[in-house]
Design a protein. Structure first.
Length: 321
């Protein structure tokens, strides 16, 4: 199911399945609202989006957002830990009967992929509400948020011209931006298929559960955060390779790594080259998504095509979203 796109005047509900508004500075909350309102959207907040809500209260807010006919889109406050605690408590039939946009990344990976698996609803890996509280370097993120949610047309994902991994929320004025060279081709080739993925260590929490989407026929988008490093990424990726259906995966796109992870391109290349399971599929690295900024939005359960050539040219096209 493809949820209806947003139009001017639509209400977007902010929910907190993981961390809450209590860790977002008030000025950044105000700016985030202004950013979304500049797109013509109306922002509302779930009952328990702040403070320290219980599992039941977090689930209540998810159900309320999906069942409220005035809410056309749902965006998570921020990531964190343990969104997977909610999975057995969700009413997937209610969600299936009330399909609408839900967007977030990081810990929200478990919700996005589980909802897609249990309902067939396309969900989205993209910015949190907190992401819109960024003063500088937000333009690319906004551009692809609009492309994913405010039109139905296929779109090509171009590389951002810069990237950053600074603590922007601690100091909005003194930012560090780096030129971005774009995607790097590890394995050339072309593929089309349904995309799933997000944060790798979070996606792996679904292994062996009824919430894990099938890997067969999929193109995987994977990234990881500052708590990973080459050795842990290696074993986390290997764990995914052991899952049923991985032999039918069509392609792999890997996002940018945070500096603290100390994962450079050569280290990633060695990890990929050591895995025979990956030898025959196209693989792109250093795509503009993950825990660095800016980031594009992609549909979990949507259709994409990728093209990676020996010359290093690459294309990622979102076909159905």
């Amino acid at each position: 199911m493809i949820p209806k796109k947003l139009t001017k005047g639509d209400e977007v509900r902010v929910i907190s399945p993981a961390e809450t508004l209590s860790i977002i500075a008030p000025d950044q909350q105000r700016l985030a609202v202004q950013r979304l309102e500049s797109l013509g959207l109306h922002v509302s907040f779930s009952t328990y989006s702040d403070g320290d809500p219980s599992i039941q209260e977090r689930v209540h807010d998810i159900h309320q957002a999906f069942s409220d006919p005035n809410v056309k889109g749902i965006i998570t406050t921020i990531g964190g830990f343990n969104s997977n605690r909610l999975l057995h408590h969700l009413d997937y039939e209610l969600i299936r009967k009330n399909p609408k946009i839900i967007c977030g990344f990081s810990d929200i990976t478990v919700l996005s992929n589980a909802i897609y698996k249990k309902t067939g609803l396309i969900t989205y890996s993209g910015p949190h509400f907190s992401s819109f509280g960024m003063k500088r370097g937000i333009e690319y993120t906004l551009e692809y948020f609009e492309k994913a949610f405010m039109n139905d047309d296929p779109f090509v994902i171009e590389a951002a011209d810069h990237w950053s991994n600074d603590l922007w929320y601690m100091d909005q004025e003194n930012r560090t931006f780096h030129p971005n060279e774009g995607c790097k081709v590890i394995h050339p080739g072309e593929a089309s298929g349904v995309v799933i993925g997000g944060n790798l260590c979070t996606l792996n929490l679904l292994q062996g559960t009824p919430f894990m989407p099938s890997l067969a026929g999929k193109i995987l988008f994977l990234e990881d955060d500052e708590m990973t490093f080459p050795e842990t990424f290696d074993r986390d990726l290997q764990s995914l390779l052991h899952q049923p259906g991985f032999e039918k995966v069509k392609g792999l796109v890997i996002g940018k790594f945070e500096k603290k992870s100390e994962m450079d391109y050569d280290s990633l290349r060695r990890i990929i080259d050591a895995k025979d399971e990956l030898a025959s599929i196209p693989i792109l690295a250093e795509a503009s998504f993950g825990h660095t900024t800016p980031r594009f939005t992609f549909p979990i359960g949507g259709e994409i095509s990728i093209k990676a050539t020996e010359t290093g040219k690459s294309h990622i096209t979102v076909l159905k979203h």
